[in-house]
Design a protein around this ligand. Structure first.
Ligand code: SAT
Ligand code: MN
Length: 597
């Protein structure tokens, strides 16, 4: 008798018609074979899927070049297909204004048409994997199908993949399904479709991380956030770090920032304060449950890091540079960087040292720095095992997760928003999260430049109506007897000449220290209309040049600017109509009156 997994695979094979089906066992030997195939057989746009990098300097590292149109997430082609159920009003309302929606049957017939025969001439890789430690009560078993060795290898780096997951699923119907094909990389035939009630993601036309590694944003955020709503937990776009103090105490903190705003750098931060050390639990996704002691506990469902390449250096993230060059987990991937054709080394803007000679750019064309173009794509990425990281927390594999004392919700704002602000209480903290905005980055294609509201950094990832999501946040905090404090951070504020006011990177430990001091009630804070800010004398600033004048600029609240901010927030929150919790509007009104607007 075929198992439910076997039956499902067989059905998908009937539709997609691969030449071969390859059940992956997750072994290193198999990874070697897949890399070989990517070097010798499979191609994208006539470029081999993998090229070996200089193994003396970049051991176990391989270079990948994507299809030129396939370099970032495509939010406009991403749909969350909730059904029209009498109990839930319309599917479109359930998805909310924050998602594209298509009626599930319509979405499936479109995807069936596009997927018919899409794997002809290719191998279908069957990838059994787990999001979360197999021993964790919070972990979920999944199976992804794909027709691309880059995607298969990436999934092996990012998730706990192996044949033992098939054994674990056994005869159960309870596994998350992901059907992925690169199709012909045609952006007009590219869709990332989510069917939350069926635990199904169906994606065609893209090999890019967030579109193709279906355990990542698709399942672990869009679908998992929906499961969290039903089951009483949170799936969030957050870093998880442990911060060790000089006395050895460890405080765990979550931090939500939109893509390409420095989450990975924060997760692997090299402290500039003696005695303080940051330990990495996760750099992108946190699943948060309330523990028996009424605290939040977070696990990272992934085991890999998929971070932005440009700007990564020994100065900005030495621990990432060490992870990338570690001769440890097999393999590491570097996608869409530039390449030194002489030395077979990758190169990117912001890398240490002089600009390399004999570079070809991310599309394979000879590159000359005088042309003013970027050699590496601004959203070029590395895929590397978290076990390569010298900062990996001892608690990384703890099935229960780590207890959380604070949540930071931030964005990239060159103006207006102070360096760090603490919420007055849980409700106010949630409001801070709902009003957070960020300047757009290269991590998603087709977005207008400028600020967009990105509550909890979840706008592209919340798998249901954000009005309901805000209510869920309020409820979860109330259910926990000891919820974390909520802060909002902005490392990116500039002065009138456009220079960053705050040094950022490793110096962010100074702000983390203040957060810990607040959590442990060691310091007081100054009340402002928008929340609590540090007193100048409570910030540890020895060794950096941050004058009182710069501090004043970093924390300035300009009423005229805030009038515009308030208008923009109101417009954004209004979209959610009756689903907007009244507590959030109460906080909004309170803020307005405190600002005399
Ligand atoms: O969505 S990805 O995981 O591919 C990267 C990001 O934008 O956060
Ligand atoms: Mn992300």
């Amino acid at each position: 008798m075929a198992t439910p997994v076997e039956k499902w695979v067989e059905e998908q094979a009937k539709l997609t018609k691969p030449d071969k089906i390859w059940w992956c066992d997750g072994s290193e030997e198999e990874a070697h074979k897949l890399i070989e195939i990517g070097i010798k057989e499979e191609k994208i746009n006539n470029v081999p899927i993998f090229q070996e990098l200089n193994q003396k300097i970049w051991p176990k590292a391989y270079y990948h070049r994507s299809h030129p149109t396939d370099v970032a997430r495509t939010e406009h082609l991403t749909y969350v297909c909730h059904p029209d159920l009498p109990s839930r009003q319309t599917g479109k309302d359930t998805a909310g204004p924050n998602n594209n929606w298509m009626e599930p049957n319509e979405a499936k017939s479109l995807m069936t048409k596009l997927s018919d025969g899409c794997m002809k001439g290719r191998t279908m890789y069957v990838l059994p994997y787990m999001m979360g430690n197999t021993d964790s009560p919070y972990a979920k078993a999944c199976v992804q199908l794909t027709d691309n060795s880059y995607v298969a290898i990436s999934m092996r780096i990012m998730t706990r993949m192996g044949k033992h997951i098939i054994e674990k699923i056994g005869n159960s119907e309870n596994f998350v399904k992901g059907l992925h094909s690169c199709g012909d990389f045609d952006p007009n035939k590219r869709f990332i479709m989510h069917f939350p009630d069926e635990h199904l993601v169906w994606s065609i036309g893209s090999g890019y991380g967030g579109n193709a590694l279906l355990g990542k944003k698709c399942f672990s955020l869009r679908i998992a956030s929906w499961l969290g709503l039903k089951e009483g937990w949170l799936a969030e776009h957050m870093v998880i770090i442990g911060i060790q103090c000089p006395n050895g105490d460890m405080t765990y903190v979550l931090a939500a920032f939109p893509s390409a705003c420095g989450k990975t750098n924060l997760a692997m931060l090299e402290s500039t304060l003696p005695g303080y050390k940051v330990w990495t639990v996760g750099d992108d996704i946190a699943w948060i449950n309330i523990g028996p002691d009424g605290r939040f506990y977070a696990i990272n469902p992934e085991i890999g890091l998929f971070g932005v390449v440009p700007g990564t250096s020994m100065k900005t993230n030495p621990n990432m540079m060490k992870s990338l060059k570690a001769d440890n987990f097999y393999p590491t991937l570097i996608t869409n960087s530039a390449l030194n054709t002489d030395t077979k080394e990758p190169w990117w803007e912001g890398l240490d040292g002089p600009v390399a000679k004999n570079l070809i750019d991310w599309q394979g064309n000879p590159w000359d720095s005088s042309e003013g173009t970027k050699a590496a794509h601004p959203n070029s990425r590395f895929t590397v095992s978290i076990y390569n990281s010298p900062t990996l927390s001892n608690e990384f594999d703890n099935p229960k997760g780590v207890p959380i004392s604070a949540i930071i919700i931030g964005g990239r704002r060159t103006q207006r928003i102070p360096l760090i602000v603490e919420g007055f209480n849980w409700e106010h903290g949630v409001f801070i999260g709902t009003r957070t905005g960020s300047e757009t980055t290269a991590a998603a294609t087709g977005l207008k430049a400028g600020v967009r509201r990105d509550p909890m950094a979840m706008l592209p990832f919340c798998g249901y109506n954000m009005g309901d999501y805000f209510q869920h946040w309020l409820n979860i905090g109330r259910k926990a007897s000891n919820p974390p404090k909520i802060f909002t951070a902005n490392w990116f504020r500039v002065d009138e000449n456009g220079n960053f006011l705050w040094p950022g990177f490793g110096e962010n430990i100074r702000i983390l220290k203040w957060i810990i001091d607040r959590v442990h009630n060691n310091v007081s804070a100054k009340e402002t209309p928008i929340g609590l800010i540090p007193n100048y004398e409570d910030l540890e600033l020895s060794g950096i040049n941050l004058t009182k004048e710069m501090y004043d600029k970093l924390f300035a609240i300009n009423i005229n600017e805030w009038k515009q901010e308030i208008d923009d927030i109101e417009k954004f929150l209004n979209q959610f109509g009756a689903r907007m919790p009244k507590e959030i509007w109460a906080e909004f009104k309170d803020l307005k009156s405190k600002l005399y607007i």
